[in-house]
Design a protein around this ligand. Structure first.
Ligand SMILES: Cc1cc2nc3c(=O)[nH]c(=O)nc-3n(C[C@H](O)[C@H](O)[C@H](O)COP(=O)(O)O)c2cc1C
Length: 545
């Protein structure tokens, strides 16, 4: 009997979606060459997965179960491609933090990954001092743990005219060639024999089931249930704990902090109730402009009132899609509104590749084919990424394209919650959350005005509207300091937001007991006299340096 077919594991960690896109592309290109691939986020890759495996020996004594602990499945993988981005100032994406902590454990030893071959592809921006820092340190740590490189790490750079794809394309070709040399079983027909794209187009990963309407309506009343249902069905790689909102906030104040005529628009928002801790982070699911949603639904010829469920399409090797999560139907329009970012996220390169297949007008097909070709890569990057074209704008630019909803569900980026540091103290403002938010707006290279989805939406709300805003809370990495510890706070503009909470908390504590002093150094591009006292909401001495 011959050796079994080789598989590839693609582990990715991303903050804003590029690494996921690159990981999916690597997985797709491997599968087009006949090598099955699993694409898994590092926070979904359970390093102790064997703990619950029934084949693992377990010793039962009375009512307690001792499980043989096998520390990680990593050492049992033969070939892993890591795709990781760098964020902040050389920081890991959130989804990488636990995984990295695990890898850093001293007791793992330098032969722990001796059977593993790996390749790292990093996404970064050479304009940052710590360029591709996460990919570099991961590469080094894997070597320290005894793993062997398949090929030298690839470093994608936002500064390149075609973005990270300029490096990814040649890097992948080298990866397939080297894997084939290591073991031809990765690509039984050779690394250059690819399934034509058109043959893959009739195989979206999802199928949509349409349900009869009348029996379903009453079941869809509770807002949090609707959100949970929609997000659980979304293929957008949302972690499970992000499905049901932690709670809803109601806005009680929307105040402009910046001077009239200022180039910036910074807002102070107050919301009613939650319990939270100072310095915590709140993630907030924005609403999309409803006229844009209507335009998208009409443009794509969808029935907004139909009731749907979304299911992974059954295939021979769809282990990576996971099982059907829910069968409870939801209105199509609600599903689009809550899960598909059609107004602010950028469609990826694969979106144009699939569009090429469905274009019926010759000139549109030719343009899309050019975009999909290596020669058109820079122009696609300019059209898409640099000009920040939304999904709605792209489908409107190619009116002959009629993509099936299954493909739209798969390819439209997921609507993600946006994270903000809480700028209030629960002691000073019980049952409230305050946010200090800069309303994001900028010009593209071709002078098209763009706006941040969430901050623009928040700025447009008034307390009278009584909108329920779904939110999730997270502990911050900034611990609440004990009141005996002196504080020196340094921060620019809205980066000071969490400090506002610390200062207000200290002010309340000082009313009843002695507290250590607080010094706050801030930077503000203009109008600090106006901005900072209003931001802080507590009296402070100002001194200019
Ligand atoms: C807020 C922010 C901070 C960043 N910090 C770094 C950095 O320190 N080093 C770096 O090489 N790239 C940095 N980048 C660039 C990203 O790594 C790059 O845009 C990447 O493609 C993002 O991938 P992701 O969408 O998978 O997170 C940063 C990008 C943003 C938006």
């Amino acid at each position: 009997m011959g050796e079994k077919q080789r598989k590839l594991l693609v582990l990715y960690a991303c903050q804003t979606g590029n690494a996921l896109d690159a990981a999916e592309r690597i997985g797709r290109e491997a599968e087009r060459r006949g090598c099955p691939a699993s694409i898994v986020s590092t926070d979904e890759f359970d390093p102790v997965w064997n703990r619950y495996n029934s084949s693992v020996t377990s010793l039962r004594t009375d009512d307690c179960c001792h499980i043989l602990f096998i520390p990680s499945s990593l050492p049992h993988e033969e070939a892993i491609v890591f795709v990781v981005s760098t964020t902040g100032q050389g920081d890991s994406p959130d989804s990488f933090k636990e995984f990295w902590k695990f890898l850093l454990q001293r007791n793992l030893g330098n032969s722990w990954l001796q059977r593993v071959r790996f390749a790292v592809f990093g996404l970064g921006d050479s304009g940052y001092r710590k360029y591709n820092f996460v990919a570099k340190k991961l590469d080094k740590r894997l070597l320290d743990l005894g793993a062997t490189t398949i090929i030298e790490k690839g470093l994608g750079d936002d500064q390149h005219p075609s973005g990270y794809e300029a490096t990814l394309d040649p890097w992948m070709l080298s990866l397939w060639g080297t894997l084939y040399q290591i073991n031809p079983k990765y690509f039984p027909k050779g690394p250059d024999v690819v399934i034509p794209r058109d043959e893959l187009i009739d195989q979206p990963k999802f199928r949509i089931v349409y349900h009869k309407q009348e029996t379903l309506e009453p079941a869809l009343m509770v807002e949090s249930d609707i959100i949970e249902r929609a997000r659980e069905m979304s293929p957008g790689k949302l972690s499970k704990d992000k499905s049901k909102p932690g709670c809803f906030l109601k806005m009680t104040k929307n105040e402009v902090l910046t001077k009239a005529g200022s180039t910036k628009d910074v807002r102070h928002f107050e919301f009613q109730f939650v319990s939270s801790v100072i310095g915590d982070v709140v993630e907030l699911l924005p609403s999309q402009d409803s006229s844009a949603i209507d335009a998208f639904i009409e443009r794509c010829d969808l029935d907004p009132e139909s009731f749907i469920t979304v299911h992974p399409r059954e295939t021979e090797s769809n282990g990576s899609f996971g099982e059907v999560i829910t069968h409870v139907p939801i209105k199509l329009k609600t599903f689009v509104e809550l899960t598909m970012d059609v107004t602010s996220a950028l469609p990826r390169r694969y979106f144009s590749e699939v569009m090429t297949f469905y274009a019926t007008a010759e000139h549109e097909k030719a343009r899309l084919q050019y975009f999909a070709s290596p020669e058109g890569r820079d122009d696609l990057y300019n059209y898409n990424q640099k000009e920040r074209r939304s999904v709605l704008e792209v489908v409107e630019d190619f009116p002959s394209v009629q993509m099936p909803f299954e493909w739209l569900v798969q390819l439209v980026p997921a609507l993600k919650p946006r994270a903000f540091s809480i700028s209030s103290s629960p002691l000073a403002y019980p049952a409230q959350v305050h946010l200090t938010v800069s309303v994001v707006s900028w010009m593209t290279p071709y002078k098209r005005p763009r706006k941040g989805l969430c901050s623009t939406w928040l700025a447009s709300l008034t307390p009278e509207q009584g909108v329920n805003i779904p939110v999730w809370f997270h502990k911050s990495s900034l611990p609440a300091p004990p009141q005996s510890v002196p504080l020196i706070l340094v921060g620019p503009g809205t980066g000071c937001a969490p400090f506002r909470g610390f200062i207000a908390e200290r002010a309340v504590q000082a009313e009843t007991s002695p507290t250590a002093p607080v010094m706050f150094f801030f930077g503000s591009r203009n109008g600090h006299r106006f901005f900072i006292p209003r931001l802080l909401g507590v009296p402070c001495k100002r001194r200019r340096c």
